[in-house]
Design a protein around this ligand. Structure first.
Ligand code: PHE
Length: 338
């Protein structure tokens, strides 16, 4: 018996595998369920007890030898990559890239559309004072229209607040620049409103301001018609309804024709065939004077829109909260539009 084990030891020592397959066969031959070592372990029972010690040591030694052999050669075969084993035509695994947020995509689109007719971007602080957010815009203290924009105040100081619209940036811009002015103010704004599918306490706006000599309401209408067609398609029509804003006179709310139902009426436009997208008007002379612009010489128009609202209409999203949850399953659907 011992003789047999010694012969196997010699055989294992001499063995040099040339391929993974050979090594695998070797493993099965020795260590497999019906392999040589298991055979020897069962034979162990039959060995006379005075030889058990030597025989046991010999088969254990053989087992370690076999395991070491396999260990020595295993890695060599695993890392070896021949030209045939690499498929050079296989497409690369794509990295899971992030995508631009739909609000940024729409913001950029709006900015580009107005850039093409000469509007440039202006930005300002999100924490504002009363003057820039309200008073300069013809909204003195105690003006009832302040209630239209539920305001977050910083601590207990009523003079420091989170801007409720980016009109505050326009006030700053008018203070620092002389007409002609053509500026666009995109940014984040805050209102103390209950969060629902249609409203949020944080949202984004783009406001526009155009001031020059002889700017008329017709210019405003044409400018907005151009925007609506660029944003929603060549066939889009606009409709202006009289409205009220303290900083513009006259003021209007603008609707675009619903391109989901082609004005026939659907649940998105609530069967009216039109969707409200923005507020606008001719800048009130008081506002111009508050900002150091001669209202006898200059006139201008302003408009403001919510980016979320435009994104909802453009992408058919029916819950505004989705834009703030950052669920990648939602966000990655807008990847193509980068
Ligand atoms: N600032 C207004 C708002 O936030 C929008 C607006 C801007 C309306 C300019 C008219 C003119 O509601």
């Amino acid at each position: 018996m011992l003789e047999k084990v010694n012969k196997l030891v010699e055989k294992v020592n001499r063995f040099t595998p040339n391929s993974e397959e050979e090594l695998n066969n070797f493993r099965i031959e020795y260590l497999g369920k019906k392999g040589l070592l298991n055979g020897l372990f069962s034979a162990f029972k039959e060995v006379p007890s005075d030889q058990k010690k030597d025989f046991g040591a010999a088969i254990n030694n053989l087992k370690v030898l076999v395991q070491n052999k396999i260990e020595d050669y295993k890695d060599g075969f695993e890392t070896e990559e021949t030209e045939e084993s690499i498929d050079l035509s296989r497409p690369v695994a794509l990295d899971n890239l992030g995508s631009r947020h739909p609000i940024s995509i729409i913001r950029n689109e709006i900015v580009e559309i107005f850039n093409r007719i000469g509007f440039t971007i202006s930005e300002g602080p999100e924490i504002e004072d009363d003057w820039h957010n309200f008073s300069a815009l013809n909204l003195p203290k105690e003006h009832p229209a302040r209630d239209m924009q539920d305001t977050f105040f910083i601590q207990t100081n009523p003079d420091v607040l989170l801007r409720t619209h980016t009109s505050s940036v326009q006030v700053r811009y008018m203070n620092e620049n002389k007409p002609p002015i053509r500026t666009l103010s995109p940014g984040r704004v805050y209102r103390n409103e209950a969060v629902s599918a249609r409203a949020h306490c944080i949202f984004h706006q783009v406001e526009g301001l155009y001031i020059d000599e002889n700017v008329s309401f017709a210019d405003l209408k044409q400018c907005l018609l151009y925007f609506a067609k660029e944003m929603f398609g060549e066939k889009t029509k606009i409709r202006l309804r009289p409205s009220y804003f303290p900083f513009t006179e006259p003021s209007a709310e603008v609707d675009v024709s619903c391109n989901i139902c082609s004005e026939k009426g659907c649940n998105v436009c609530k069967n009216t065939g039109y969707l409200e997208i923005l507020g606008c008007g001719m800048v009130d002379p008081n506002v111009l004077e508050n900002c150091g612009i001669d209202s006898k010489k200059y006139s201008g128009f302003a408009f403001g829109m919510g980016i979320e609202r435009i994104a909802m209409l453009k992408y058919g999203v029916n819950d505004l909260r989705l834009f703030f949850e950052n669920d990648v399953r939602f966000l990655k659907q807008f990847k193509k539009s980068i």
